[in-house]
Design a protein around this ligand. Structure first.
Ligand SMILES: *Cc1c(COP(=O)(O)O)cnc(C)c1O
Length: 234
């Protein structure tokens, strides 16, 4: 699996270059290695290269993988989350990136309180207004944040978006820029239990542009692990 090390070197180089172009420091960008559908051995390869932050989009797989490693790793829930599955992961992840309803936030609050933890969440925003995507619309985001901020045991830490699939990453720059603008606008209101320090945006096809537009967390799967084969697990 030598290619994983090579892929990581290449991604790391591109992250550094994007940081230099945008006058940012490398430490301000966290690379989330998106390991969904990929086996433990590949994750081990990534760990050996010095990375320890992983993202998964399915609860069962996330839970299984967390249990397969010691607690030196950091896990992120990046996929759509059903309310009835919150209890399995609420105390095990750094951030839940995909909160887009009060119903889900309520469940997170309830389960976090039960487990005596604070849940750190990001609001998923459907910036590009794609009908097929989860996420709250830009114009509805502040209202949702104001509802969620009243909940116990939940901290809003920032925003997340999944940009459209595009051939030219430059096409997504406007979406990344508007997510950052939205975060700045909300931050300026200085709401209780609300910080906008995390901007989770950018995937394999467009993370360099996302970094240039202020991403603090990029979620890279294919660029590290190679193409996913969804047929393996049926
Ligand atoms: C799968 C996934 C990614 C990674 O996508 P790649 O294009 O393989 O880098 C990032 N974010 C989310 C929410 C995902 O589900």
């Amino acid at each position: 699996m030598k290619h994983i090390k090579l892929n990581l070197d290449s991604v790391e180089h591109k992250i550094k270059e994007a940081c230099i172009r945008s006058n940012r420091s490398r430490e301000d960008v966290t690379l989330i290695c998106v390991s969904k559908t990929k086996p433990i051995e590949m994750i081990q390869e990534v760990i050996q290269s010095g990375y320890k932050t992983f993202g998964e989009n399915k609860v069962q797989e996330l839970k299984d993988k967390i249990e397969g490693f010691d607690d030196s790793l950091e896990w992120h829930m990046i996929g759509h989350l059903q309310s009835n599955k919150v209890k399995y992961i609420v105390d095990k992840v750094k951030y839940i990136h995909s909160v887009d309803s009060m119903k889900l936030a309520l469940e997170i609050s309830k389960e976090a309180k039960k487990k005596k933890v604070e849940a750190n969440i990001l609001i998923e925003v459907n910036v590009a207004k794609e009908g097929t995507k989860h996420g709250v619309l830009v114009e509805d985001t502040l209202a949702l944040v104001k509802e969620i901020m009243t909940l116990e045991s939940v901290n809003v830490c920032g925003l997340m978006t999944i940009a459209p699939y595009v051939e030219n990453p430059e096409d997504n720059r406007i979406y990344f820029r508007s997510l950052r603008q939205l975060a700045q606008d909300i931050d300026a209101l200085q709401l209780n239990n609300v910080s906008m320090k995390v901007l989770s945006m950018g995937m394999t096809g467009d993370y360099e542009v996302a970094i240039e537009e202020g991403a603090t967390h990029i979620r890279v799967g294919t660029g590290i692990f190679g193409e996913r084969d969804y047929n393996i697990n049926g």
